[in-house]
Design a protein around this ligand. Structure first.
Ligand code: APR
Ligand code: PHB
Length: 397
């Protein structure tokens, strides 16, 4: 039996769990992380790669931004394309200099994991939480197993940062929250390819064949996505067809998409999921454990890090002043931003995906929105400030 005692027991070594652990440590608060998967699996998991200004600032403030500053690519704007017409939304100009940084989520996870382990801190891989007990008392426990051996973490607080499929949300009493779910009738086929990006900033595109996105990871690696049906099979998408379709959907006059060897391909369904309470007693949910947004807009990781900010504020306040004042407000503070991101991610999804027949009423509304973005600085500003992420103070109302 592995017996661990710490102040905060953390389930999950994704962006939420790792950020929480580091930030608590910076405030002199101890924590231990358990992670169901192996280190290789977690660090190799390909996900989005768009960091808001807030997220970049937090990683830098924790002293963990060295590689991100070197290898991350900052963007001052984004391209939006509709029916092969492309416009530019200049974030920095419209939001007082705020930017986004392109840096793969798994790179963030690698940096945070390396720093945690190099510092001699505890992180148990291939250790799956099986049960959370006594979270309505001041001494909750996390039960887990690692290589067939049982373990127990005895702590003051449990942070369930264990993603959509974790046990945190399932442990919350059913009557303590309401849940909201949307499944979209399409998925994303994503690729990573060894080819220089054909664009200096991201391109989101509506085309009568469906949505496409051109993102990137470095000067030599491009990341691109295509809208496909939910029951789509990868066998139907040989590399040549993927490039051909990307080229058609992202295409605009006088511009060519460069193709290259594809080294990663996956299909991801799109969903919005939400519960409206993220805490019960001494159990707190953060990140994907409490909410999922569709990836159009790249909010997932940023929301996870923002949740952690509010959770750290509450836990630090508890240890400093022996007060639950801020912790009691955790859900309220986090939900303001989460609902904003739910709305923005849903908006971007609806605007750029093919939903009904090209030329239908919903298409006409999409086109009307695009035309309005084109003509109105106010509308562009709305998109820009949501895209780069509103400063934390904005939500103090
Ligand atoms: N015990 C221990 N760990 C668990 C358990 C369990 N029972 N269940 C799940 N986990 C682990 C998962 O293996 C995963 O590594 O919890 C981790 C959760 O990490 P993420 O899924 O990356 O979630 P989060 O940290 O909230 O980050 C959100 O991830 O899904 C993306 O788009 C999303 O970018 C966003 C980010
Ligand atoms: C990515 O780079 O993977 C990415 C960027 C923007 C998104 C989604 C994904 O909206």
């Amino acid at each position: 039996m592995i017996k661990i005692k710490t102040q905060v027991g953390i389930i999950g070594a994704g962006p939420a769990g790792l950020t929480l652990a580091h930030w608590l440590k910076k405030n002199g608060i101890s924590s231990v992380i358990i992670e169901l998967r192996s280190r290789e699996y977690v660090e190799g998991r390909v996900r989005a790669g768009l960091l808001e200004q807030n997220t970049v600032d937090i990683i830098n403030d924790m002293g963990l931004g060295e590689r991100m500053q070197k290898e991350g690519i900052t963007h001052d704007g984004v391209y939006l394309s509709f029916d092969q017409e492309r416009i530019h939304v200049p974030f920095a100009e419209l939001t007082g200099g705020r930017q986004i940084t392109i840096y793969g989520q798994q790179e963030v996870v690698k940096d945070l994991t390396d720093a945690w382990l190099e510092d001699g801190q505890q992180l148990y891989f291939e250790a799956g939480a099986t049960k959370i007990t006594n979270f309505d008392t001041d001494n909750p426990q996390i039960h887990f197993t690692q290589n067939g051996e049982e373990g127990i973490i005895s702590c003051d607080f449990v942070a369930a940062c264990d993603g959509f499929h974790g046990i945190g949300r399932k442990t919350m009493p059913k009557e303590s929250y309401q849940s909201y779910d949307i499944t979209y009738p399409f998925s994303w086929l994503g690729i990573l390819a060894n080819v220089a990006p054909s664009t200096d900033e991201l391109i989101y595109a509506y085309h009568e064949n469906g949505f496409a996105l051109h993102s990137l990871r470095s000067e030599t690696v491009s990341r691109l996505y295509l809208q496909v049906d939910n029951d789509e099979n990868m066998e139907n998408w040989p590399d040549e067809r993927i490039w051909e379709e990307l080229s058609v959907r992202l295409g605009t006059e006088g511009w060519n998409l460069k193709s290259g060897p594809i080294f990663d391909k996956s299909i991801t369904p799109m969903r919005s999921h939400m519960i409206d309470n993220l805490q019960y007693g001494r159990l707190f949910l953060a990140g994907d454990a409490g909410h999922i947004v569709p990836p159009t807009g790249g909010k997932g990781l940023n929301l996870a890090v923002a949740d952690i900010k509010h959770l750290v504020d509450g836990i630090v306040d508890f240890y400093k002043h022996n007060s639950f004042g801020q912790l009691d407000n955790y859900t309220k503070m986090a939900l303001r931003r989460i609902w904003r991101a739910q709305d923005f991610s849903n908006y971007m999804t609806q605007l750029f995906h093919k939903q009904e027949a090209h030329g239908s009423y919903s298409y006409k509304l999409q086109k009307a929105k695009f035309n309005y973005i084109k003509m109105s600085k106010a509308y562009k500003t709305t998109i820009a400030e949501n895209y780069v992420g509103l400063p934390f103070e904005t939500y103090d109302f």
